[in-house]
Structures are given as C-alpha cells and as structure tokens.
Design a protein around this ligand. Sequence first.
Ligand code: ADP
Length: 488
Amino acid sequence: MTTDVQIPGISSPVPTGLFIGGSWRTASSGATFDVLDPADETVLATVADGTTDDVTAAMDAAHAALPGFAATPPRQRGEMLRRAFEAMTARAEEFALLMTRENGKATADAKAELTYAAEFFRWFAEEAVRIDGDYRVAPAGGTRTIVTRQPVGVCLLVTPWNFPAAMLTRKLGPAIAAGCTVVVKPAEDTPLTALLLAQVLAEAGVPDGVVNVVPTLNAEEVVGTAMADPRLRKISFTGSTEVGKILLKQAADQVLVSSMELGGNAPFVVCEDADLDAAVDGAMLAKMRNGGEACTAANRFYVQESVADAFAEKLAARMGAVQVGRGDGDGVGLGPLVNEETVAKVDRIVQATVEAGARVVTGGTRPSGPGFFYPPTVLVDVPAGSAAVVEETFGPVAPIATFTDDAEVLELANSTPFGLVAYVYTADLARGLRLSEALEFGMVGINRGVVSDPAAPFGGVKQSGLGREGAHEGLAEYLSTKYVSFPL
Ligand code: ADP
C-alpha cells in the first residue's frame, strides 16, 4: 500500500502509488520522487517512482485484460466513459485545484482544461457505439467482403505536464471506446492528476488492468522497456519533437502504430483589414491560454505594417495588465511556469532576441524570489531568425514582426520545420481561406484564437506529428481494419 496525500481543498486523498491491475502499489524498488508546487517550490506530494519491472508488470496487466475488454459491448464501454465524464464534471473544482497545485496554472485555465478534458470522455462515450464496418460484393461477384474494426491492442500513452488531464483523456477516451488496454506514463512534474483520473475511471467501472499508470523519474528506461515489449501494439505520445523522434525510432523496431503530437511554432497573422480589437482578444487567448505553455500557443506574431504599431500597443496594454501570482490567487491571470528549466528557457529566448535587436514593450525581466514566474512580455522589431521566432518559447512571450503582403507572410509563416496550428485575422473571408490553404499547418484558426475541440481532428504536419486526436479520426487511431472474405 502507498500513502495517499491529503491536499487542502480536495475532498478525498489523492493516490500517490503506481496503479497496476486495479490496485495501488509502491515501486518495486521502494523509491519515490517529489512533486513540487511551482508557485513556491515546496513539496506537494511524494509519488512512487516506477521501475522497468513495474512497467513490465503494467504490461502484464494490460495484456491479460485485453481479450475481455475488447469483447465488452461497446455500449458498456461508452457508459464507463459517460460515468467518468460525469464524475470529472462533478469534481471539477477539485481537479482544477489539483492541476493548479502541481502545474502552477491559473484557476481559470485549470477550470477550462478540466471542462475540455472531461469533454473527451463525453465525446468518445458517444463514439464508442458508432464503430462501424461494411459489407461489400466483390466486383467480379462470387465473394463477399466484410470490413470490420477491432481494437489495436495494448497501447502505451506518454503524456506531458502542460495539460495534465486533457492530454491524457484525449488518449484514454478513444482507447477505452475502442476496447484497447493501456499503460500510462504521465509527466514527472504532474503525475497526481493522472493518478486521480485512474481512480475516477476505476470508480466509473473500467475493469482492472484496462488502465495502468506508472509514474517515474526514469522515463527513458521505463518507456524504453515498454516500447521493446512484444505485447505492445501502439504508442501515443504528446511532448517534444526531440523525444517523439526517439520513440518513433523505437517504434520502428516493432512496427508500432504511432500517434505523435509534437512541438509547434504557431504563427499568428494579423492582416490590415482585420478587426484589431478582435485580433487582440484572439491573441490573448492564443498566447496566454495556459500561460503560453501549449503546443498551440501563438509563438510569433506577423502583423501587416500599417496596423503593426496599433496592434502592438493594444496587445502590450492587455498583456501588461495581467495579474501574475499563485495560480489560485484572487484575480490572477498568470501563474508560475511549471519548473525551473521552462522559466530559464523563456528567459534565455527573450534575452537572445533582445540582443538580436528586438525591443521590449512590456515584461522581459525574470523576477527574483521563489517560484517559477515570468511576466507577460511583448517584443517588437523582432528580427527574422531570432530565438523567439525560431524556437518554441512555451511561455507568456509575444514577439511581433511585420509583413507587407500575403506572399511575404506565407513565406515567413511556413519557414519552420513545424506545422501544428496557425491563426489568421482578416475581415476578408476569401483572403482568410486562401491563406489557410497555403499555410503548411494541420489546423488553422480564422478569426479565432483557439482551435482545440474534442469533436475536431487535432494534429500537425511536418515535424509537429503524425495522426489526429479527437473527432472520428481520433478513434480510428485505436482501431485496426480487418476484412473477412468468403465465397457466396
Ligand atoms: P516537455 O519538453 O514538454 O517536457 P518531453 O518530450 O520532454 O516534453 O516530455 C514529454 C513526456 O515524455 C514526459 O512524460 C516525459 O517523461 C517523457 N520523456 C522524456 N524523455 C523521454 C525519453 N527519452 N523516452 C521516453 N519518454 C520520455
């Protein structure tokens, strides 16, 4: 048994063990690791540090549970997800508080994430009963073809810390709907939300062994062990392109079905005909949602010359007015970033961009004291090729550059190895559509600062990833097609 942790504001204790085969256990080594509160760097909880033996035990459990779960009536799987949606919604405040405590995000962001995360369970509860197939007559006659979809098998889900609930429910929802069993490796900064989710799913009736969770500090070996296990059939990963490439190489050895949600470098384009106030509202969402710690975050702003000064002034006024503090503080719009590495990277990118010639309009200086805080920052006169436009900043920094015409902005926007999402503000719908067709990104928001939607296919092109999450496409990633042929 492991000791659950009582976190003020959360009604029941939060589990801190490994969840394998329906029971909670300590790591086989007995080791644990600390989860910090990023607002003050104090220890929030101590969590079991899973080993390679533990992840193999989780694979054993997932493999043993697969035949029974794959044969469960789809309606039952849908109802498990529906109950989990309702439980998350009923406990929204607690989940939000837990995410604020382990990730640092502001309460409004945590609540928005919880709603978004729960919605994946509702969507896939509805999708579970719509897994279809068909019956075909062979062109030459004489045979029939039955096309059917089956669960892919045991899946490994590796998730990041920026959306501790949503990045997981977006994988768990379709996996459960499809009848797959899973081993989850949550991010080491935010394992508590994943553990609480596992508890909610168990209470919602998900059978033992279907969902197993193995937090660890040793991601490389623990994930590597699962990736080499011949019983694994699929990897679904959300995180950096760098780690995604490592996993794709490992996936090649076993020819695993692979879904990769990797880094982004989203351009936010403001045309001179745009409604500037709407563009600033959209920019605040695209940039400041989750403190900029999102792969969909607007990473660089391209504003047409004639409106660039006005846009920068309005955006800086809004960014500068955001209150920074503990995520659960009154009126706080921006909490701390998740850890020292993240805030140090943001600071390095800002300093390098300023050295390259950019000018700071607001923010730009890391405060001293405990906690991983960084102020909302607007940079103008940002040179092409500088750190803030080339690297994925993952923080509250808005670098602004200008453009003269559509050909130039397309060249600027597309000159990146990444292709997750782009945003365009224009009053001319045809112009917006022309730009959206030419932008080499998997998603485009026209006059919208947020594209994430459980009912829409989320995903990137180029080095931003493979596959889609959410929508019908998200379920298809957990199904394989079989056809049965017979003479008639
Ligand atoms: P981020 O930069 O957002 O932290 P990472 O790609 O480093 O993104 O981490 C995303 C997830 O990948 C986390 O769960 C992390 O523990 C895991 N991870 C990190 N390195 C490796 C690795 N070498 N092999 C497998 N998983 C890894």
